[in-house]
Write a protein that binds this ligand. Structure first.
Ligand SMILES: NC(=O)c1ccc[n+]([C@@H]2O[C@H](COP(=O)([O-])OP(=O)(O)OC[C@H]3O[C@@H](n4cnc5c(N)ncnc54)[C@H](O)[C@@H]3O)[C@@H](O)[C@H]2O)c1
Length: 287
């Protein structure tokens, strides 16, 4: 089976024909949009803000606030599957995170149930287990140890999606996305990096894998310094093709050094463990 399907050779084998993409104006939404559009009959895209690029004939943009329950019911009307990239987090405004990721994700699953949508690809985060020490082998069935309020809200989404599968049969792939970038640029990313192609491949598996049920994978490319294992990757056919090793020498030559006890050396979540939602000023962000 081919790995990441490139944009120039679209194959729509097994893909749902009508898809909703939330968070279309964000970084990953913008990456997914042309990829999905080339493979489906109809792509509904949604965000708080309109996308910067013009709509194509098989696309429709619908502005929607995730915390608007009625709006979400309309948003999911008539689609077969959802790729949910909307939301995220603002660690310095708890209400923004709670509204988008807690209320918003509930609204999403409620609307899926009401509208008969049977499959969702959910953006979760590697920070769901960010409070495991660096070097610890973490498996997807170990207890979550979120490193921030943002990560707590993503764990809520994972748990909620589990419930909606067990109770209502709505299938979900929750991707604990690492660091989705063109290339890894600093040391932590040698462990957490996922290439654009591998990310698209992961989403594709979420949309087409037979018998998906409820699955959790770490969205990460190949790396020899990996912390995460034994998730549902093999079961659903996620096989990353790109490797952080291709960049290791270059990144290590820059000599990122952190003093003993620095969050980057202690916790898998790195500087996310330094956030305090009560404080207005972020520490220097490093994803
Ligand atoms: N980019 C990464 O490497 C990475 C890593 C881990 C997890 N994630 C998760 O993947 C998802 C997509 O990531 P991204 O980098 O594209 O994020 P992003 O912030 O660039 O995009 C998120 C989009 O969601 C929209 N949004 C936010 N709150 C909303 C609300 N209340 N109602 C409607 N729309 C709302 C924003 O307008 C934005 O366009 C996010 O949930 C993020 O937490 C991303």
């Amino acid at each position: 089976m081919p790995n990441a399907m490139s944009n120039d050779q679209p194959s729509n084998e097994g893909l749902p024909r009508r898809i909703l993409l939330t968070g279309c104006s964000g970084t990953l939404g913008a990456l997914l949009r042309p990829w999905l559009r080339a493979r489906v009959d109809y792509l509904r895209i949604s965000d708080l803000v309109p996308p910067s690029l013009a709509l194509q004939p098989n696309e429709e943009f619908v502005a929607c606030e995730l915390s608007d329950r009625e709006g979400m019911l309309r948003l999911l009307d008539g689609v077969d599957a959802v790729v949910h990239m909307g939301g995220g987090g603002n660690e310095f405004d708890a209400d923004v995170t709670l509204q988008a990721n807690v209320i918003g994700t509930f609204n999403l699953y409620h609307a899926a149930l009401e509208k008969g949508v049977r499959r969702i690809v959910l953006a979760s985060t590697n920070h769901a287990t960010g409070y495991y020490p660096v070097g610890t082998a973490v498996t997807a069935d170990m207890p979550v140890r979120p490193d921030s309020l943002y990560a707590v809200s993503k764990c809520f989404g994972e748990t909620l999606s589990r419930y909606f599968f067990d109770r209502h049969g709505i299938e979900t792939l929750a991707i604990r996305i690492g660091s989705c970038r063109v290339r890894p640029t600093f040391k932590r990313e040698l462990t957490t990096w996922i290439s654009h192609d591998d990310f698209l491949h992961a989403v594709e598996r979420g949309l087409v894998a037979p018998g998906l049920g409820h699955a959790i994978i770490y969205g990460v490319s190949q790396t020899r310094s990996g912390w995460w294992r034994d998730d549902d990757s093999a079961r659903i056919g996620y096989r990353p093709r790109d490797s952080a090793e291709d960049f290791r020498a270059e990144v290590e030559a820059r000599g990122d050094t952190y003093p003993d006890g620095h969050s980057m050396r202690v916790w898998q979540g790195g500087t996310f463990t330094e956030y305090d939602y009560r404080k207005p000023q972020p520490p220097k962000p490093r994803p």
